[in-house]
Design a protein around this ligand. Sequence first.
Ligand SMILES: Nc1ncnc2c1ncn2[C@@H]1O[C@H](COP(=O)(O)OP(=O)(O)OP(=O)(O)O)[C@@H](O)[C@H]1O
Ligand SMILES: [Mg+2]
Length: 176
Amino acid sequence: MLILENIGVFVKHLIFYRFEVKISDMLLKTESQTIKAGKEFAATLHGGDIVLLYGELGAGKTTFVKGIAEFFGVKKKITSPTFALMNVYDVKPIKLVHVDTYRLKDEQELIDIGIEDYLGKPDAICVIEWPEKLSTIIKNKRCVKIHIEHTKNGRVIEFYNVKFPMSNVKSMTKSK
Ligand SMILES: Nc1ncnc2c1ncn2[C@@H]1O[C@H](COP(=O)(O)OP(=O)(O)OP(=O)(O)O)[C@@H](O)[C@H]1O
Ligand SMILES: [Mg+2]
């Protein structure tokens, strides 16, 4: 059984992590630490960046986005755009675009509300919760991937740089 598990891990590394470089990880023990991490991470972002936020329900994805929004000076209260799908904050000179695909049925819904005006565009930074639901619209786009996991010691956050544009994000996710 152990041998099989090890083979599984090896294959996973061979297939998935060949494309990803883990930049760092941290343990976030409180909500305010998650916000602070988001704020510090935001300082590394540039127009055109796409951030994919993975993590189970309640992992802390929106809390992390609160920190990103704080860095960019967003005054409005940040909540998950679960029903609206996308919130755009015009924080000149860029727009911070917060997407939550949890209730998305079809990628076309996001296209219809104009996501392609922002994805990868130099004046926009897109942060996407539940990116597992997306495939074609982020295909061949360079993304930063972040995993947040709820553990008994707190939230563990991991940052990955994707070396190559992804052809199929779904196959590379570890949650859901
Ligand atoms: N490091 C942390 N320690 C303890 N609680 C945290 C931490 N980070 C976030 N939380 C809390 O966890 C709860 C869920 O967080 P949040 O809404 O950000 O999760 P989410 O991943 O966006 O969930 P969903 O998938 O439903 O959108 C919130 O009450 C938040 O305050
Ligand atoms: Mg959320």
